[in-house]
Design a protein around this ligand. Structure first.
Ligand SMILES: [Zn+2]
Ligand SMILES: [Zn+2]
Length: 258
């Protein structure tokens, strides 16, 4: 078989696998609703909060509920393998865009916090800066009891896995009532289908966010439409084909730890 044809078959198989994964998660999910609890969303990079929770954030704000967003990094490494544009410039751009995108969803600047981890190097347990970051996060959590949204532990991207680990560790250090939810971002794209049996071990909620979908799309477009020169790639980096598909849907999925 010609090489191009083999690549094409592989491409469609991967697309089918990702589509099937979404269908299966959808089949397991039970309807969820937007509760009256305040929420804190932890995002490894500026854009994760919108991709994973943008609709939920908009709906919470519609109800007048406080939503706090904590970014672990400025996302400054998104063009490292692309055009070598100064990471400080990329980080400053993504930070500004986060404020603009979150304003669309109704979150004001004073509800947004930044922890100064390095993009690509969010500390994992045992790393020298893990305890310090854990303590900074614990202080923020202490002031924001309610629902906590953090990336799914099977998100597959090292910074995202580290973010989940930090959230769990920080929650051990604080008093108060917290409801932890995991949101998928890279999991939709990277999840190994062979591990699907892990999914039913967690409760999955599908929240209808249709009434906030236009604002979510506008917030996403902000991240995606402003292009860095000279490469012409969005500031948040080159995202693979099909990556955005799950975030265009009128339902967002949240997992409860087992
Ligand atoms: Zn990310
Ligand atoms: Zn670039």
């Amino acid at each position: 078989m010609p090489k191009r044809m083999i690549q094409s078959v592989k491409h469609y198989l991967k697309r089918f696998r990702r589509w099937s994964f979404r269908r299966l998660v959808s089949a397991y999910a039970v309807p969820g609703s937007v509760s009256k609890a305040p929420a804190l969303v932890l995002a490894p990079h500026p854009d994760d909060e919108v991709f994973g929770c943008g609709g939920l954030i908009a709906l919470k704000r519609d109800l007048g509920l406080p939503v706090t967003v904590v970014f672990l990094t400025h996302g400054e490494a998104s063009h490292r393998a692309c055009c070598q544009t100064d990471p400080k410039r990329i980080g400053a751009w993504r930070r500004q865009q986060a404020l603009a995108s979150l304003a669309v969803l109704g979150v004001a600047e004073d509800s947004i916090h930044w922890l100064a981890c390095q993009d690509g190097q969010i500390p994992q347990a045992g790393d020298p800066t893990f305890l310090e970051t854990e303590s900074q996060l614990a202080k923020l959590l202490q002031h924001h009891p309610g629902e906590i949204y953090t990336p799914h532990p099977l998100d597959g991207w090292p910074d995202h896995k580290a973010a989940t680990e930090l959230t769990r560790a920080a929650l051990q250090k604080v008093d108060g009532v917290f409801d932890l939810y995991y949101y998928p971002v890279w999991m939709w794209y990277l999840f190994p289908f062979s591990q699907f049996s892990l999914i039913p071990q967690q409760k999955v909620f599908a929240v209808d966010v249709a009434s906030g979908l236009d604002r979510k799309r506008e917030a996403m477009d902000g991240y995606l439409s402003s292009l860095v020169q000279p490469c012409g790639v969005p500031g948040c980096g080159r995202l693979p084909e099909g990556f955005l598909d799950p975030f265009q849907q009128s339902r967002e999925f949240f997992f409860r730890p087992s």
